[in-house]
Design a protein around this ligand. Structure first.
Ligand SMILES: O=P(O)(O)OC[C@H]1O[C@H](O)[C@H](O)[C@@H](O)[C@@H]1O
Length: 314
């Protein structure tokens, strides 16, 4: 049983708060925190501190995050959907700047945090929202992947909107540089009718065209496999319109965003994904990558964040 529930002396792995009902539920092999609040339902997995459900009342308690219908909940396997946390590197190790890639001792993409088991630190509630904080600290296992001490905290403020912040505290005696992303999977009912506004005039790196630098003209649409890193001058807001809704995504302490859709051929090759899923999802990943990576001196802290709001629905 998780220490929070133990410390609260909850034997049934469930807890009535003043407004909400929280349960620690096993989904196959993984522990999840399930929250039922009058204003929303939400589910956060302890593996990866991955939120997989945010279903606000004003969206008829439907999930505003995309979750693969073929997701399965196994220890050490990445779940496609919700918001995986990519840390302390994003993407393939060799696609990171040298001051990051030279310290990576594990070949897999997106870092080890997404498959690590996090600790539940606190749950606080009010009539408008719930704040859930999970933590992860360096261990003998993490030091084999990445040779630095650290303390991470992921905080989810869930209410009418979903706010996430990921705070990295450098507890090592060396300066550390890392990349990261909040790899947000979003739903659509038709990828061909899905547009992202807010990036016109911005430079992006096209990972599928020899990492060439290009400039975005107008809105972003999807009609082919898409894997791009947009580099902004400052924090930005991206707006996605789909036949289902309009979504607003605000980035904090992040000047880069990855836009991804695997399209038809790649869909056939990736795990926990059916060959038609590409039509009902897209990713906007609030990031610190390439020229936007983070460097922390000993004892310094950095916090990346994003807020997701559903502005309207049709
Ligand atoms: O398959 P995963 O490791 O979860 O990565 C899924 C995708 O994540 C990001 O969007 C990357 O830019 C893509 O290149 C990658 O394919």
């Amino acid at each position: 049983m998780n220490s929070y529930f133990k410390s609260m002396k909850i034997e049934l792995r469930s807890h009535y708060m003043k407004y909400a009902f929280c349960q620690l539920i096993k989904r196959d092999e993984l522990d999840s925190i399930q929250i039922d609040h009058p204003l929303f339902k939400a589910t956060v997995l302890l593996q990866g501190a991955q939120i997989i459900e945010f279903s606000p009342a004003h969206y008829h308690f439907k999930n505003a995050l995309w979750l693969s219908p073929s997701a399965h909940y196994k220890t050490g396997e990445s779940i496609r959907g919700g918001i995986p946390i990519c840390w302390p590197w994003f993407g393939a190790p060799d696609k990171n700047p040298t001051n990051i890639s030279q310290n990576i001792k594990q070949p897999s993409a997106h870092g080890f945090a997404r498959n690590s088991i996090w600790q539940l630190k606190s749950i606080r509630e009010s009539c408008h929202q719930i704040e859930v904080t999970l933590s992860l600290a360096s261990s003998a296992e993490s030091l084999q992947c990445w040779p630095f001490d650290f303390e991470l905290e992921a905080t989810f403020i869930i209410g009418k909107t979903l706010r996430i912040s990921l705070s990295t505290h450098n507890t090592d005696k060396h300066v550390v540089t890392y990349s990261q992303a909040l790899h947000t999977y979003l739903p659509t009912s038709d990828i061909n009718k899905t547009l992202i506004y807010g990036a016109s005039g911005t430079t992006y790196i096209d990972a599928l065209d020899h990492w060439k630098k290009k400039q975005q003209q107008g809105s972003i649409n999807f009609c082919i496999e898409t894997d791009r890193i947009y580099m902004f001058r400052d924090n930005t807001t991206l707006t996605a319109t789909t036949p289902l809704h309009t979504l607003l995504l605000n980035q904090f302490n992040s000047r880069s965003a990855v836009i991804w859709n695997p399209w038809i051929e790649k869909s056939k090759r990736i795990s926990q994904f059916s060959s038609t899923d590409f039509n009902s999802m897209f990713c906007i990943e609030t990031a610190n990558v390439l020229g936007d990576t983070v460097t922390l001196k000993p004892n310094e802290t950095h916090q990346i964040g994003m807020q997701l709001s559903i502005e309207s629905q049709y």
